[in-house]
Structure formats: C-alpha cells, structure tokens
Design a protein around this ligand. Sequence first.
Ligand SMILES: [Zn+2]
Length: 466
Amino acid sequence: MLDEYIDNLRDDIINETCNLINIPSVSEETNNPAMPFGKYANDALNYVLELGNKLGFRTKNIDGYCGYIEFGEGEKLLGIIGHLDVVPSGDGWMTPPFYATIKNGKIYGRGAIDDKGPVIASLYAMKAIKDNLKINYRVRLILGINEEKDWKCIKHYKEKEELPIIGFSPDADFPCIYAEKGIATVYFKDDYSKYNEFPIKISEIDCNNNAINVVPKTCKVSLYIDTSKISLTDVTNFLDTEIDTLNFDINYSISDNHILLNSSGIQAHSAHPDLGKNAISPMIILLNRLFNKFDYHINIFEFFEKYIANEFDGKSLGLNLTDESGSLTLNTGRFDFYENFVQIGINLRIPVNTNIEDVTNSIVRKCKNYSLETFVTGIQEPLYIPKDNYLVKTLCDIFNKTTNSNLEPIAIGGGTYARAFKNCVSFGANFPGDTDMCHQANEFISIDKLILSCKIYAKAIYELTK
Ligand SMILES: [Zn+2]
C-alpha cells in the first residue's frame, strides 16, 4: 500500500527535487544574522520548509541556521537528518549544474544525490506514513545548510532544540553505515617574507576557492622572475623537462617576467581521493623542484614533497593505517597565498580505531621541524555502532528485503550528520555498486532509485516508530 501511494507521488518527488537543485545553495558564512549562510542556502531552507507546510507538516526555522519539518505525536522523537547546502559546482559539467536536467531516467544537477534528492525522498516518505499509518513517535526531518562547511547549522540545532532518541541520515550509502572514519584537517603555513629576496617569487595562488573536503580540480600559480638574476629561458627549460619527466598535467604561459602555471585535476570527494586527481600536489612538487634547481629552498614545499607529495594514503608521514573501517586517506585540499604566508591544508579520514589526536600530533611535530606553523581544525570523532545493534540491523534488513539483496552494513570515510547524534546512522541514498557522484561534476540521481529510496525510508520510519 505504501509503495503504491509513493508511486502516485512520483511526479511530485521528481519536480520538487528539481526545484531544489535549481537553488544554488552553496553555504557561505556571512555577517548577516538573518541569513548566516548566505541568500541561496537561506532560500533552499525556506523553500523546503514552505513545501513542508504545504504537505501538512509542522515546520520551524531555527534562526536561519537550520530548520525542521515534523509530524506525529508522543514523547519520543525519530530524527531524519539531511542537508540542503551543496559544494560549489566546479567545472566539467555537461548540463548546467544549478539547473536540474532530466536525461535517460536521471536527474542531473549539483546536490541531486548529496543531499537534495534524498531529503525530498525522506520528506515524501514522511508524507506517505502521515497519510496512511499510525505511529507512536514524532518524526522530524532536520535540515542543515552548513553541512559542507563547518556544521554550524547542526551545532546550533543541538544547542537550541530537542535531540532525537534514534535516527538516520539519508546522506551516504545503502544498505546502512555502521562506521564512519574520524576526520581532521591540518593547515600548515610558512612565513613567505623570508623568501622575498629570491629571484623567483610567487605572486598569486588560485585554486578556485576549493573546499577542503574536495579533491581540487585546478591550481594556478603566478611566478615573477627577476631576470636580472636568472634567465627566463633557464626557468622554462627546466619546467619543460620536469613537467615532461614527471608526466604532470601542468602547462604554463609567459607574459613579461611572469610565468603562469596551470595544473588540472579531476574533482572528487576527499573521502575518495583515489577517484580524483589532485591538481595541487603536482604543482607544489614542481615549485619545490624549481626553487631547488636554482638553489633556493622553501620550507613548506620541502616538507610537502618529502611527506605528502602525490600520496593520499599518508605513507611518507608514517600514517598508512588500516582497520575494519578501511585505510587512512589524505587530501591536499587547500593551497593559499595571503599576507605573506603560504598555506597548505590537508583533510584526513582516519580509521575508527585510531586516535585522531595521535595522527594530528604526529603531523604537527613534523611541521615544527620545518618551522611551519600549524592549525588543526574540523575534528569529527568517528562513528562506530556494532553491526548487530538494533538500529543498524533494522535498517539493513529493510534495505535487503525491499531490494531482494543480502548485504552487510558498511564503513565509510565520509562524515555525515549521523555522527552528530547519538543512536543515529547513515542510510542511503547511494545504492551498492553505483558510482559515488557526490561532489563530482555531472552529479545525478537515478529517478527509479530516488523513488525506491523514498519507499525504503517510509518503511524505515514505520518500522522504527510503530
Ligand atoms: Zn552530504
């Protein structure tokens, strides 16, 4: 009966997913108290809350930071935690990233799978239950708009609002996630004024404001060459040979005494650095070698080439750790030049049985040896719930039954809102075997799977609250 009811909502689910994709809700941190995460994130929140109202739910906007949509009665609260903000589009799109396009049974657009489609599927799953069945809980869809950045939305929620006693987050993979790696970001910076006398000078670094949790697609560096001290031809000859030998996807152009280097990569989620191609790493290696070639040394570049370079497993840092939740991964997500500092940021996904501080301390110690200042941020403790736990088992069983499969819960490197709440795990909406499109160009959700997830979520809500 539920399935049929949801099939009849198919067009609404598709249309509302598209409407939401059309709002370019990249979270920006502003000083405007009315919309702390910028106009578009705010528009997305208001749009979904308004939709919640239209569908007959209670809704609340919590100071522009987040919101919720609720139904049901009773003491107990089930939480479904999703987000409406998205990572920037990046390029490489074949359709407009912020204009939903339906093609071959798929909806293309930024946020289609992360997390707009799954949020709409959850909302209509709630509607299906509200209109058809009796439950003993209140069910609340909690909506954040700063998930892809600092989670300030969900922190605000936790300070101000009731915490669910059980829940799931439709923001990762089916069948169900029982472990999420720990997360940390380490920034290290070098005082560039020490190098101001060098005849090769960095004048600009531009990585298109890449998010730390994204494998960077582009990195441009502009160098000024003091031709009274070294010859431009020597520099370009070196670059030609080095780029060729290392097989780096870097090209350059020259104007007057400036060389503009341009590195290209492939964007991916930083929890899966192996699926992308980092544009920053080869650039720093090349710069290090260029300075070395003329007998100049820049600490932060020396450090980078020795300990990180093109690796994403932390091997040279001595951090290539693995447990049942997988291996440590590392993404060089930021490379910045400002106020006479050069700064690099790396994002780490740390296996559940490893202490996060042990990892960050070991990096900080190595940085100190190179006189680099460090700053550790974005720590998220791992999530680990035993596989035989009631919630994990129930959700996994629902998925297996609905899809006629027999899969075990899994561990991931992505950090979802699930870890922000006790007794909460991530549940869909990526299906086993599907390419993980989240944070990538040409992100999409298959329409059949969008509808199927809605059915799975409806069953989950009912099973957990009946
Ligand atoms: Zn997400």
